[in-house]
Design a protein around this ligand. Structure first.
Ligand code: ADP
Ligand code: ZN
Length: 668
């Protein structure tokens, strides 16, 4: 086996596997059960051998024996009570005698008759009650079979339990989670050096590492250390890897568990498991508890439907109780991963729980290159300096896990084709394989699509800049985030209220994407669903909740309501008449149309700046910092005349136009 193949084999083990390998219980019980089964069977066989009735000499029927006895030919007879047999010697002719054995019916009457007959003959009769054999028989026929059967059942349970700890093992474990710890010496420690393109997350998590490495320093300072950190991002972007790296860096114990394990199969087990997990982690501090798929357990309470609902609530409550329960100085930090921040129960996100969020996103071009380089370290690449950047450009939308897979697939392909090194052809083929692989949903975007997305995102940025928000735009990217097509990150500002211009600006920025797509490509695409959703919601709030529509007047029409299926939403109440609601719809329409027109006006008059930004985005994928500010500098601010005759220009009202919640509500 060549070096690269061995390496490839090693990599081919999915990363998730080693998490479950540590759960241990079935792995240790199965051999133990097998050994005891063999030992018990041997004892049983031995006992059965001992129990074999004595059968020396020739068998004689009971009638023949009685006839012999009557004829006084029987010389000796030994009655074995337990075996229900007679053994002895019978005379043949004058001199010779022969050994015999005879089985008789196991009934008192039969035994007595036979005994009488034998005694009345001249034979020397002895009776053996065989007391020791009775004990052995009890063992062999009663005790051993039961023990062996129980053993067999246990073995079946142990074998049928999936290593995830569910299924039949639940009955045996009853809420115990087994030892989920990863022993420090078990494997080479994961460190931050095993990660690429995750600098921001690493900076954020360094504090957790510092705390775990020396909890007392925090206590000394009176600082409140982080208790819970939420890693938010699509699967395969390295959340588990990050958590493990923090543990490795701080030399802490690492407990990992998927939240879906809490809630599966048995009612009441979830909460018990949570308790058990926290108990173990506290006993072995410093430790990290990593909960994968937090959304499986932490969905908004009251928003669940169906049977699993109560169980999930119990589990969630237990998790909250446990997180509140440990003192900040105990040296336990809970890291959790989720892809759906929006559906998590607000109680989980409160201060002292998962109050810190770190976004772990799909990497951009530079990030992909760094990850490819990292994973290609051990592979024999023909020309890494040229090939890897090309592959990075070919793989927008790929996650870290996808890229690791590309390197591995390429190595396997090289081995298969007996090449001396992995070259570009292998890498390219590997990209296609990863793309069309059955489970991979990473979407590769064509050049044409990329151009459209670049224009769409550039439109958001240009409108934001024209409305005086150039300084707050942190990043524009064509790399998808969540369900959107690209993203625009706007720096949030700590503001507790929004003015009408703030909200109008939000709507205009959201509408910019679809406006640009229509202007440049002639027709809109499906990429604007999220934008429209947000814009509509904001317009609805303006008119229905905040009295910002002059036509509807100052009146609150919508009230918060919790819907079973949809989570929370603002709905009209019965106090509002139907015609008024129709007016509300018209007002929403008017606000949206107005803001779309405003966005259109901006992008039309800034076409040059838009094209420059879009083409830069199409090649660089992500723009930020000075590079971005420079491109946005040429955007002309929008100057409008207000109703009171004053000119409204962004420079005059710069502060007011900033959107505080934009950090969360980013246009796509
Ligand atoms: P998640 O927990 O987000 O689903 P994982 O942490 O399980 O993702 O990542 C799976 C694998 O993908 C990792 O074991 C690693 O090989 C690779 N990977 C993901 N992100 C990165 C990264 N930023 N740098 C290096 N490798 C990465
Ligand atoms: Zn958009």
């Amino acid at each position: 086996m060549s070096r690269s193949e061995r390496r490839a084999r090693r990599q081919a083990q999915p990363a998730k596997d080693d998490k479950t390998a540590t759960s241990g219980t079935p792995r240790r019980t199965v051999p133990a059960l097998l050994v005891s089964l063999v030992v018990l069977s041997t004892i049983l066989a031995g006992a059965l051998l001992v129990l074999r009735p004595a059968s020396p000499g020739q068998e004689r029927s009971i009638d023949a024996l009685v006839a012999d006895a009557v004829a006084k030919r029987v010389k000796t007879a030994r009655l074995l009570d337990e075996d229900a047999r007679v053994t002895g010697t019978v005379a043949i002719g004058e001199e010779r005698a022969r050994k015999f054995w005879t089985a008789y019916p196991r009934s008192d009457a039969a035994t007595n008759d036979l005994l009488k007959t034998l005694l009345s003959s001249r034979a020397k009769v002895t009776v053996d009650a065989q007391g020791d054999k009775t004990a052995v028989r009890f063992l062999a026929q009663f005790l051993l079979p039961i023990v062996i059967l129980a053993n067999l059942l246990a073995l079946i349970f142990a074998l049928s339990s999936p290593s995830r700890g569910g299924g039949a093992s639940d009955f045996l474990q009853f809420g115990r989670i087994g030892d989920k710890r990863e022993k420090k010496a078990d494997k080479a420690r994961t460190t931050f050096a095993d990660l690429a393109a995750a600098e921001e997350a690493v900076v954020e998590l360094s504090e957790v590492r510092d705390y775990l490495a020396d909890p007392r320093a925090f206590e000394h300072m009176g600082a409140r250390p982080p208790k819970g950190v939420l890693l938010v991002g699509p699967p395969g972007c390295g959340k588990t890897l990050l958590a493990r790296a923090v543990a490795g860096e701080a030399d802490a114990n690492f407990y990992s568990l998927s939240a879906s394990e809490f809630v599966e199969s048995l009612v009441g087990v979830g909460a018990a498991r949570v308790r058990d997990l926290f108990r173990q982690a506290r006993a072995t501090a410093p430790s990290i508890i990593f909960i994968d798929e937090l959304d499986a357990a932490g969905r908004q309470r009251g928003a669940g439907v169906g049977g699993g609902h109560d169980e999930r609530e119990q589990t969630l409550n237990e998790m909250l109780v446990q997180m509140d329960g440990f003192a900040p100085t105990e040296g336990v930090v809970v890291l959790a991963a989720t892809n759906r921040l929006d559906i998590l129960d607000p109680a989980l996100l409160r201060a002292g729980r998962f109050d810190r969020h770190i976004t772990v996103d799909r990497p951009d071009l530079d990030g992909r290159l760094a990850i490819l380089r990292l994973h290609a370290r051990g592979s024999r690449l023909a020309d890494p300096e040229n090939d890897l950047p090309r592959i990075a450009r070919r793989s927008p939308g790929f996650t870290g896990a996808d890229l690791a897979n590309v390197v591995n697939e390429a190595a396997l392909l090289a081995v298969r084709s007996r090449a001396s090194a992995v070259d570009y052809v292998h890498l390219e083929e590997a990209v296609d394989r990863v793309l069309s692989g059955p489970k991979r949903r990473a979407h590769l975007i064509s050049a044409e699509e990329k151009r459209r997305i670049a224009h769409h995102e550039a439109g958001h940025a240009v409108v934001a800049a024209a409305l005086g928000q150039a300084a707050t735009i942190q990043k524009v990217s064509v790399v998808a985030r969540g369900s959107g097509i690209g993203h625009l990150a706007i720096l949030g500002e700590d503001k507790s209220i929004l003015t009408r211009p703030d909200m109008e600006a939000q709507i205009a920025i959201a509408m910019a994407g679809i406006a640009v797509e229509e202007m440049v490509f002639g027709h809109p695409s499906t990429g604007s669903e999220g934008d429209l959703g947000r814009a509509t919601q904001t317009a609805r709030d303006m008119a229905g909740r905040f009295g910002m529509s002059t036509r509807l007047g100052r009146m609150r029409l919508l009230h918060e309501q919790r819907e079973v299926f949809l989570g929370r939403d603002y709905l009209s109440t019965r106090d509002v008449s139907q015609p008024t609601m129709e007016h509300l719809d018209l007002e929403i329409r008017r606000i949206l149309d107005e803001q779309e027109a405003r966005a259109r006006e901006i992008v039309v008059s800034n076409r040059t700046a838009l094209e420059a930004l879009a083409s830069a985005l199409a090649t660089r994928e992500t723009l930020e910092g000075p590079e971005l500010s420079e491109l946005l500098e040429s955007v002309q601010p929008l100057i409008e005349v207000l109703a009171n005759g004053a000119a409204r220009s962004p420079s005059a009202k710069k502060a007011a136009a900033r959107t505080p919640s934009a950090g969360r509500r980013t246009p796509e």
